[in-house]
Every structure is written in structure tokens, then in C-alpha cells.
Design a protein around this ligand. Structure first.
Ligand code: SER
Length: 388
């Protein structure tokens, strides 16, 4: 199954069950939203989860383009991407959790052909504010799917204010041996689908109040599921990364974690640019700048002559096409090359300034301010240059 097949199968399955497809085709949240980028499928739906009637009704399905900056520090692992797509479904005060879990199980086993013996569920076991999610527990028991009860891991979202609730996560076994242990006990259980029974709202003081309607919010990482269905344990082994794996190893010799990091950050930067963001020192533009500069820092660590101009056009075109972005791939490429030029200039200047006698010893706060304000050298670059 290609990634496109996974999307089509998912969307059609839920459309046949009365869901209407909504658009999720930009990383930029709706105007007035304080968050820089959309981080999950439910993000644009927060007003509707809190009771505002949605123009398309109570059952929704979508494919949401997401960016998670919280994962920026851990990029390059086999299952997380900075920019990814989330398949999602919603019941806005319509059907309840057990129905959602039933459909989830059927789609995974019948629609995607996953062996039911490779599934494991987790369910909220209750805490001092909310009791255990017995409805989900019974649903899984009726199906014969093993269940693990947890507390923090099965509450979404953790520790913030706003809509939240107990969740039930579905895991797929990725080991070579028959399944063993439980999702919290063995990381060969990989989470594929999260069903959140979103019926509470957390207030500033940490207390919970019921939402006016009982919702279900589900999210499934597209790249992760597609690569697992393709027999790959790493998202980078899936079909979406075929052109990257074809071109990059011949261009730059990188070890596997570095190759993954470069693929993830470059591809994410392309998508962000395609959604209209340009590098800058604040907000979204700064996130983009960090993505590009991180790639360059890693590439130049071993060989400063490496340059983005060598990137095959196909990689930009493939990314822009997959995300159905209206932007000209040459423009995306131009933004990357401009940022590379600017960063190279900055590094040159940094080296010259830091060679001055004043900076031979330890660098204090005042020096950092001076280097930033007078020479435009950010603190992390100064630190990196002095280490290099
Ligand atoms: N909100 C949940 C998540 O992001 C399910 O959509 O995982």
C-alpha cells in the first residue's frame, strides 16, 4: 500500500460512515491563534470541540499537515518527523468512544490487513479526578485485544489547559518475534492510532469541568502507519522517502542518523516555505531558519564544501507535489539557497570577530550581547564556533 492508498482507504472508510472531509492543507493555524504552527488534527477544531456547530456537521474526517517543534531536539529517530500528516476523525457530540474504537479496529484489520494478533491497546486507568475508562476497556476485551491500563500516558493532552480527556491508544507490534510484553514494557510496540474521549476542559487552576458535548478525537500519523504497512520500522524507509534515499547517499556520505536528520529537516523546511513562511529572526520564520541552519551545521561539520545547490530538483518537486502546494519549486529552492548564503556569511564574520584577542578567554553575558547586537551573531552560533 502506498501512502496515497492509505489516505484514500482511510478517508473513504469514514466517508462511508457519514463523515465529511474537511481541509487540513496548511501548517498555518487560523488567524488569531497564538500557536505558530498546527500541531495536530484537532488543533483547528478546538472551537467546535467546545460546542460551536461545525458547518459540515458532527462527523468529520481529515488529513492535517502538522509541525511539532517540541520534537526538534529529537529529530532523526525512526518514528518522528518534524512535518508530518495526521489522519483524523471527529465525533462532535455524536457517537461515543466504543464506536470509534470498533471502527478503528475494523479499519486496521480489514481495511489495512493488519493481523489482529499484532495489536495491543492501552486505556486510561483512572486518577483522583476521573475514573477508569471502563467503556474502552470493555470494547477491547470484547474484541480479544490485550489491554494495558496507564494513567499519564492515556490522558490527552497532558498538563495544559483546554479540551482534554482519557484516550485509548492502539499499538502495532514491530518485532521479529511473536509479540510479548506491553506497550510501556517494550518499545517494539509502536503507537499508531490515538482515540481521545474528549469531554473535559482543564482550567487554569488544574481543575476539570465537563465540555458541553462528549466528543471523540482520533489521530493517526500517516507516515508512520504507511511505512509499517510497507514492512518498514522507520518512517524514512516508507515510499515518501524513496527519492531522498535514492539521491542523498550519492551526494553526501552520511551515517544513518545524520541522513535521517538531513531528510527530515530539509523536507520540513521545504513544506514550511511552500506554505508561505520566509526565514527571519522571530516566530515561524525563526523555526524555518533553525531547520535550515541545523542541516547546514550538520553537513558542514564533516565537509564545509557541501552546498544545497547540489540538491536534485526532484526532491523539492516531489515534496511540493505530495503536499499539493501551489508554489513554484524553484522559489522554494531559491529561499533555501538564500538562507545558506546568509548563514555562510554569518559564520565567516563570526570566525573573524571571535579571533580577536578580546574573545580568547571565557565569554560573558555582556560579550554575548555585544556579539549579537553589533555583529548579528546569535548565542548558539557563537557557542558552536568556539567549540568547532
Ligand atoms: N489529539 C490527539 C493527538 O494529537 C488525537 O488526535 O494525538
Amino acid at each position: 500500500m502506498t501512502t496515497e492508498d492509505v489516505v484514500r482507504t482511510f478517508v473513504e472508510y469514514f466517508e462511508e460512515r457519514g463523515h465529511r472531509r474537511i481541509t487540513g492543507s496548511t501548517l498555518l493555524p487560523p488567524p488569531g491563534d497564538p500557536v505558530l504552527f498546527t500541531t495536530s488534527g484537532m488543533h483547528p477544531l478546538i472551537p467546535y470541540l467546545q460546542g460551536r456547530p461545525h458547518p459540515l456537521g458532527r462527523r468529520l474526517v481529515n488529513v492535517q499537515r502538522c509541525l511539532r517543534t517540541t520534537d526538534l531536539e529529537e529529530v532523526g529517530d525512526p518514528t518522528h518527523l518534524t512535518v508530518f500528516e495526521m489522519l483524523g476523525t471527529w465525533s462532535l457530540g455524536d457517537y461515543e468512544g466504543p464506536q470509534s474504537l470498533d471502527w478503528g479496529y475494523d479499519l486496521l484489520t480489514e481495511g489495512f490487513g493488519i493481523d489482529p494478533r499484532l495489536l495491543h491497546a492501552t486505556v486510561f486507568g483512572g486518577d483522583d479526578q476521573v475514573g477508569p475508562d471502563t467503556a474502552s476497556l470493555e470494547s477491547w476485551q470484547e474484541r480479544g485485544v490485550p489491554v494495558e491500563l496507564t494513567v499519564e500516558d492515556n490522558w490527552w493532552p497532558n498538563g495544559t489547559t483546554g479540551p482534554c480527556g482519557p484516550d485509548s491508544e492502539i499499538f502495532l507490534w514491530t518485532g521479529d518475534t511473536p509479540p510479548k510484553s506491553t506497550p510501556t514494557g517494550d518499545d517494539r510496540w509502536v503507537e499508531v492510532w490515538n482515540h481521545v474521549m474528549m469531554r473535559h476542559r482543564r482550567l487554569d487552576d488544574g481543575s476539570l469541568v465537563p465540555l458541553t458535548q462528549r466528543n471523540v478525537d482520533t489521530g493517526l500519523g500517516l507516515e508512520r502507519l504507511a511505512s509499517l504497512l510497507q514492512g518498514q520500522t522507520s518512517v524514512y524507509g516508507g515510499d515518501l522517502f524513496d527519492p531522498w534515499r535514492r539521491h542523498l547517499p550519492g551526494l553526501w556520505q552520511l551515517d544513518e542518523p545524520t541522513l535521517r536528520l538531513v531528510c527530515d529537516q530539509l523536507r520540513s523546511a521545504m513544506v514550511v516555505i511552500g506554505d508561505g513562511v520566509r526565514p527571519s529572526n522571530t516566530g515561524r520564520g525563526y523555526v524555518l531558519r533553525r531547520l535550515v541552519r541545523r542541516v547546514l551545521t550538520v553537513l558542514w561539520r564533516d565537509d564545509p564544501s557541501r552546498q544545497l545547490v547540489d540538491l536534485p530538483d526532484e526532491l523539492v518537486r516531489h515534496t511540493v507535489d505530495h503536499f499539493r502546494q501551489a508554489v513554484d519549486p524553484h522559489e522554494v529552492r531559491g529561499v533555501l539557497l538564500d538562507e545558506e548564503r546568509r548563514f555562510r556569511g554569518l559564520i565567516e564574520r563570526g570566525r573573524q570577530v571571535l579571533a580577536r584577542p578580546r574573545f580568547r578567554g571565557p565569554i560573558g553575558e555582556e560579550d554575548f550581547h555585544y556579539l549579537h547586537d553589533t555583529h548579528g551573531l546569535p548565542r548558539d552560533l557563537v557557542v558552536a564556533l568556539r567549540q568547532g
